[in-house]
Design a binder for this molecule. Structure first.
Ligand code: KG4
Ligand code: ZN
Length: 353
């Protein structure tokens, strides 16, 4: 089974071709990603209108490149998958409409893939992880703790009430004048800083749920910075180190609860899987290892290029759905908001029918 996957929900224009063999293994035939980071850098974050225009300009070429590298023709495809949300709606429309056009003109099935579902299924493409497993997804747009029980069968144990973790790193970097994207820059500064110098809060810690709230932490950091302004290089490093330590502590507390909920509701997980750009952070990686070790589970981290947004994960999710007959009509509407439990409900209905 050979599937074309298209991703345009945020600031990456991406297309990939993935083959799924009957034994359930995946092979990436091509994976082309064009990052728009430089176009958004001066604004310190992704600008939706700029993103949508950039997708329109780039997508045809990116798809052609992916098809060429994979050495397949549209006719040889078994299906076309596109991320149909959640995400910035302008970009989602660009990707989904393009996928529909290819599906219609070549008479192929369309899979309108949920972007979060694609992140959730990636460890099956990269590592063949069996269900069920726990996913910690942390990027610039998402922060979720998910139980993955099967294709189209997800349970959300925790999410963020305000900022995503990557977004909190980006806003911290912006506040301290470090640049964009902020995560790697804050991590670099933190390596030179004192994590104990500023007593920042650990929002939500100690609560029984597995939710996150990061906007208060950002405000606390701003107040500390204002108190000691103008900031020396060492002040900036200490602020970054204290911020990163607070995030690490919050993740440890929240994830422990999430895993507890997982065990109660589903049983022991086969693995703890991390995805999203934030998982590149070494201090966060370390705490994920520790939490996984505590429950005797393995930490699975797909390679960074497949943890961040890409077309291969969309193609793979499309393949996993097509095998089960979960295809979508050509009038499927793009969605800015699309929680995973709605995917679960829709799949239940389709599979029962
Ligand atoms: O998954 P991703 O590449 O894109 C989406 O958000 O969709 O994640 C990017 C996010 C940014 O917010 C970036 O600051 C954050 O991941 N990030 C990091 C690190 N590297 C990237 N956050 C903390 N530490 C890092 N080393
Ligand atoms: Zn993503």
């Amino acid at each position: 089974m050979v599937i074309l996957g298209i991703e345009t929900t945020c600031d990456e224009t991406a297309a990939a071709v993935v083959r799924r063999t009957p034994d359930g293994r995946g092979r990436i035939l091509s994976n082309v990603v064009l990052s728009q980071i430089s176009e958004h850098a001066e604004f310190g974050g992704v600008v939706p209108e700029i993103a949508a225009r950039a997708h329109v300009e780039a997508l045809d070429h990116i798809i052609a490149k992916a098809m060429n590298e994979a050495k397949v023709s549209f006719r040889a495809l078994d299906g076309v998958a596109a991320a149909a949300g959640p995400g910035l709606i302008g970009g989602v429309i660009v990707g989904l409409t393009t996928a529909k056009a290819i599906a219609l003109s070549h008479d192929k099935p369309l899979m309108a893939v949920n972007h979060l579902e694609a992140h959730a299924l990636t460890p099956r493409l990269t590592d063949g992880v069996p269900f069920p497993y726990c996913l910690f997804l942390a990027s610039g747009g998402h922060t979720q703790i998910l139980g993955v029980r099967g294709v189209g069968d997800y349970v959300k144990f925790g999410g963020t009430l305000d900022d995503a973790i990557g977004e909190a790193f980006d806003k911290t970097a912006k506040l301290l004048g470090l640049g964009y994207p902020g995560g790697p820059l804050v991590e670099k500064e933190a390596a030179q800083g004192d994590p104990q110098r500023f007593a920042l809060p650990r929002p939500m810690s100690g609560r029984r749920d597995a939710d996150f709230s990061l906007s208060g932490l950002k405000t606390a950091l701003r107040l500390e910075a204002e108190k000691i302004a103008p900031l020396s290089d060492q002040d900036v490093a200490d602020l970054c180190a204290s911020f990163q330590q607070a995030v690490v502590d919050v993740i440890k507390d929240r994830l422990r609860n999430g895993l507890r909920m997982f065990r109660l509701r589903i049983g022991p997980p086969n693995a703890l899987v991390c995805a999203g750009g934030v998982a590149a952070n070494q201090a966060i990686r370390k705490v994920l290892h520790r939490v996984a070790f505590e429950i005797g589970a393995e930490l699975v981290a797909p390679p960074p290029a497949l943890c961040t947004d890409n077309g291969a994960m969309i193609a793979w999710a499309g393949a996993e759905r097509l095998v089960l007959g979960l295809t979508d009509p050509l009038d499927f509407a793009p969605r800015a908001r699309w929680p995973l439990d709605e995917v679960t409900k829709a799949a239940e209905k389709a599979l029962v029918r």
